[in-house]
Design a protein around this ligand. Structure first.
Ligand code: 5GP
Ligand code: ZN
Length: 110
């Protein structure tokens, strides 16, 4: 399902041109437009899910894949050893601005 007003659905559907550093059947991965760290990457499931509040038991597979993908991208970006942060912002009070589930991968500090 895709949401007409959702910026990440537009990125997933290639209506907003964005360079994917990784993609597969379930996810697209791209750099944050306003990075908060030397490496700031967004891991985004293709399917529109609003936030962590909306995941169900049916999403177990996708939720597990998030972390294996984050680990792989961190290795690919050369920040696995130096360290990184993984962050889900949840709803407005949790600083979520784009209401399409995504995992922030932040790292690359000296
Ligand atoms: P949130 O605060 O919702 O967890 O994070 C959304 C993130 O998406 C923000 O860090 C913001 O900079 C990023 N972002 C918003 N719009 C775009 C866009 O069009 N392209 C890219 N690459 N990142 C975006
Ligand atoms: Zn969406």
């Amino acid at each position: 399902m895709s949401d007409n007003d959702c910026i990440f659905c537009k990125i997933v559907n290639r209506e907003i041109p964005t360079e994917f550093i990784f993609e597969d059947d379930d996810f697209v991965v791209f750099r944050d437009i306003k990075p908060h760290a030397p490496v700031h990457i967004l891991i985004v499931p293709r399917r529109h899910i609003r936030s962590i509040n909306d995941i169900t038991q049916d999403d177990k597979d996708i939720m597990s894949k998030f972390f294996f993908l984050a680990k792989k991208i961190a290795e690919q970006e050369g920040i696995a050893r130096s360290g990184y942060k993984l962050l889900f912002n949840v709803e407005k009070g949790g600083d979520q601005f784009v209401f399409h589930l995504h995992l922030h991968l932040l790292g690359g500090w000296k």
